[in-house]
Design a binder for this molecule. Structure first.
Ligand code: HEC
Length: 109
């Protein structure tokens, strides 16, 4: 029984550290191929996005690019949808908004 508890505790702490990934990690894992921090790649740079978008728009785009890209004024729909955990979603949104000029990262929810 003790062994089970130890395994359980190890499992829980390992998974929380996975979920606690910071925004940069999420960016490198999912977004880097198409977005760069300040340079335009296949998609717009995070600096450009941060300059004009709210956290809600960014999160919307990540979960449902098919409809949200239309709302943001794109004709094509070139970005795939991502299913991120709540904490990955929050950290990537904060990370993108940290490229806003004169940013106050604390405001980025
Ligand atoms: C396969 C390439 C690709 C990947 C991977 C990708 N994107 Fe995109 N993204 C695009 C393209 C292209 C656009 C421009 C909209 C369009 O053409 O549909 C875009 C647009 C966006 C926008 C809206 C831009 C605006 O004008 O505000 C956000 C926000 C965004 N991406 C965030 C992300 C995040 C966060 C990730 C990683 C979780 C990601 N993207 C991964 C290609 C990609």
């Amino acid at each position: 029984m003790y062994k089970f508890i130890m395994i359980f505790i190890m499992f829980v702490s390992a998974s929380t550290s996975i979920y606690a990934q910071n925004g940069k990690k999420v960016f490198e894992t999912y977004c880097w191929g198409c977005h760069h921090q300040t340079a335009v790649a296949f998609g717009p740079s995070f600096a450009q996005i941060a300059a004009k978008r709210s956290p809600e728009m960014i999160k919307g785009m990540i979960t449902d690019p098919k409809s949200v890209s239309k709302v943001l004024g794109y004709q094509r729909n070139a970005m795939p949808a991502f299913t991120l955990t709540q904490s990955e979603m929050d950290s990537i949104t904060k990370y993108i908004l940290s490229y806003k000029k004169n940013n106050t990262t604390k405001e980025a929810k």
